[in-house]
Design a protein. Structure first.
Length: 621
């Protein structure tokens, strides 16, 4: 039993991070403190000044632990890392980290490459972005490929190195073949300079040169050549129209503001690059009405910039807590001075007000959509109740699927829909442990049994320890189970449920010859469902989601297996280094494209190991 009184007494008067846990040992909150003793004790003193969210959290705290740091800055960095790791229930946590794309030009290479990346690093390359519209970036990259004959390969090319045979891109006019010595360094870099000017929005000289070449070709009756220049002129104009392609100068700015109603908050961020608003993002947070704006903004900054690859020079906010420490942390992350500013008047203040107005509209639209979806889901669940002749509306639906490739790496997935909406926090994945080969029925039996046995174990633990039911992972049972398949899958699930004495209706989701959801099998009978009914739309969404979740998990395991097997062949890369490379880069392609600096930053990697990796991939080009 955790002794709160004693633990509060021995708290140190030092900076650090405190970690709150529930009865199941799950981390529910992570916070930093300038003085741990003062901050942690505040939670367990007079609760009159606590917000409703804090009161709810305190009820669920079963124990706490802390980590002492040498400074408040170290505490902030550790807090951000732990929040990212645990995604605690009571912290402000973004649903997903946004790694926006950049256009990268490797000007530090003799024959630079131009490509899209989501990793920003101080590696001597030029970066343009980040951009919130990834489709626009790839569209522009496609246009650049049509205008300029630059290489797309990853070879380490030296001007006076070995000469290779040019690839197909050279023969179809898409590459100038520096690898084969078809272009010298100066002329190639002139092309790169033109690309940089174009990305900066300076296209006048390029257009003039292209027009001159087009007219010259036309005068010489080389009409096909003239048509090529005409298409390039059109492509340059299309890039200029995008307005999103601006230089990565030091006047990058983000504007952040929020709007709160009686319950929820919308935080909106506008991205300004080179004086132009290039995009925006919105983030919704529920049950935040009683949290002060400056705390929300502070937590948002830590969560957002803790997960993004790029930090602008200036960030404008309406209010903020811990401005100095967060400013120093962001400056440390970006390797250049970052300023957080709170404008009270003028142009920047007006932009912040515009951001707030947009946040209000976004929140209102979001709530309207929720209301409409709620009504549609209510109709769909009622239709399901009538169709299956259930006693109650199936508020919680669980769906299951099996995925494998020719019997290898079989995995199972479970997705959960509550009141017609996916509940991602309750999704579960299973590696098949007891079944050999492609046996979907036995695999399904295994995951159903594991799911409900875990559920009963949690229920018993909850009863014994008087824990809240909602804190378990498997203890909440569904009102309806859907299987991605027909009678065989349904009967496999029923065999296990009968064995465990669990009475839950089970249906199979079947598809037609065109792989579209056709209907449900229940009690060995296929039930017809109207194509455009709300219930059919819901079943289709559930079937697509469980299939997507299973395939994604299977692909992830397969990629990891492939990556590990490739890394096993590289000298100086043992099991621990393989795991660290896998954790950081995630794919062979990312390791191939990684710079020396990025590889050296990987835990356990030495200079010798980095050289071995780079040499291996050079040999594979």
């Amino acid at each position: 039993m955790f002794d709160f009184e004693y633990q509060l007494k021995i708290l140190p008067e030092k900076s650090g991070v405190y970690i709150m846990k529930n009865d199941l040992g799950e981390v529910i909150y992570v916070g930093k403190a300038k003085i741990l003793k003062n901050r942690v004790r505040q939670y367990f003193q007079n609760s009159k000044n606590h917000t409703e969210k804090v009161k709810a959290m305190i009820k669920n705290i079963a124990e706490f632990e802390y980590i002492v740091t040498d400074s408040e800055m170290e505490a902030l960095i550790l807090e951000c890392n732990l929040i990212k790791k645990y995604s605690p229930k009571y912290n402000i946590v973004l649903k997903d980290d946004k790694y926006y794309p950049f256009i990268k030009i490797t000007v530090n290479e003799e024959f630079p490459r131009v490509f899209v990346t989501r990793n920003y690093a101080n590696d001597g390359s030029k970066y343009f972005g980040p951009y919130t519209d990834a489709k626009a970036v790839y569209y522009v990259m496609d246009l650049i490929g049509k205008i300029f004959t630059i290489r797309t390969c990853k070879k380490a090319i030296k001007e006076y190195g070995r000469k290779d045979r040019p690839c197909l891109n050279y023969h179809i006019g898409k590459c100038s073949a520096p690898c084969a010595g078809k272009i010298d360094k100066k002329n190639y870099n002139d092309i790169i300079d033109n690309i940089i000017e174009l990305l900066k929005g300076k296209n006048k000289n390029i257009l003039e040169e292209l027009k001159m070449n087009m007219e010259k070709a036309a005068q010489n009756l080389e009409f096909e050549k003239a048509a090529v220049f005409r298409d390039k002129i059109e492509a340059v104009n299309k890039i200029a129209e995008k307005q999103k392609i601006v230089s990565n100068r030091f006047n990058n700015e983000d504007f952040i503001n929020l709007y709160k109603d009686e319950n929820d908050t919308c935080v909106q961020i506008f991205f300004s690059r080179n004086g132009k608003i290039i995009g925006r993002e919105s983030f919704m947070f529920d049950n935040t009405a009683d949290i002060m704006d400056e705390i929300l903004i502070s937590d948002f900054l830590k969560s957002f910039y803790g997960g993004t690859a790029f930090i602008p020079k200036n960030i404008y906010v309406p209010a903020i807590n811990d401005i100095e420490i967060i400013e120093n942390w962001l400056s440390l992350k970006s390797d250049s001075k970052v300023h957080i500013k709170i404008p009270k008047m003028g142009e920047k203040f007006k932009i912040l007000q515009m951001v707030k107005s947009n946040a209000k509209i976004t929140l209102e639209q979001f709530k309207l959509k929720i209301k409409q979806d709620k009504e549609a889901n209510k109709i769909a669940l009622n239709e399901l109740k009538e169709l299956l002749q259930l006693d109650e509306i199936p508020h919680r639906i669980e769906a299951y699927d099996i995925s494998n490739l020719m019997g290898m790496d079989s995995v199972g997935s479970m997705v959960v829909f509550e009141n017609g909406k996916p509940k991602n926090s309750d999704y579960r994945r299973f590696k098949i442990k007891t079944v050999e080969g492609a046996n979907d029925y036995d695999s399904m039996k295994e995951i159903i049994e594991r799911r409900f046995v875990h559920g009963f174990e949690e229920i018993n633990k909850i009863k014994d320890n008087n824990i809240e039911l909602a804190l378990g992972k498997f203890c909440v049972f569904p009102d309806l189970i859907l299987m991605d398949g027909g009678k065989g899958q349904v009967n496999a699930a029923l065999d296990i449920l009968n064995k465990l004495n669990v009475q839950i209706p089970v249906c199979g989701m079947v598809k037609d010859d065109k792989h579209r959801t056709r209907g449900l099998i229940y009690n060995n009978i296929e039930l017809p469902i109207k194509k455009n009914s709300k219930s059919m739309h819901l079943i289709t969404r559930i079937q697509d989601e469980v299939h997507r979740f299973a395939i994604t998990y299977h692909r992830t395991l397969r990629n990891k297996k492939t990556l590990l097997s490739v890394l096993e062949t590289i000298p100086s890369i043992g099991p621990k280094r393989r795991i660290e490379l896998l954790k950081k880069f995630g794919s062979i392609e990312n390791i191939k494209n990684a710079s020396r600096e990025e590889l050296l930053e990987t835990p356990r990697m030495t200079v010798k190991a980095v050289e071995a990796v780079m040499e291996y991939f050079r040999g594979k080009q």
